[in-house]
Design a binder for this molecule. Sequence first.
Ligand SMILES: [Zn+2]
Length: 105
Amino acid sequence: MSKCQCVICGKWFDESEMIDEYCLDCYVEAPKDDPQKQKLKDFLQTELTRAEKLILVFYYYDEMTFREIAATLNLSEKRVAQMHSYIISRAKVFTDGTEGKDKFY
Ligand SMILES: [Zn+2]
């Protein structure tokens, strides 16, 4: 498996974990004036597995299709779609701050 070096932190990662010349962590850390990105960053750092992070970043920032993401991560397209909808349902709870139980009141 080929390895790539992140231009920011200098660590080596699998090619599938790189976004352009950055590792995922450095890519997410890159400063941008977008409150949505800040919320997403919090969510990424606290709630998700590494594969789940990659799906979100590829989909929203690189605008890749599920098919392209599936090929990159060596997963089926169906699996990526399932993981994506599961991530989104959790992201909504996280970014809205709403808990299911609150809806009863
Ligand atoms: Zn890095």
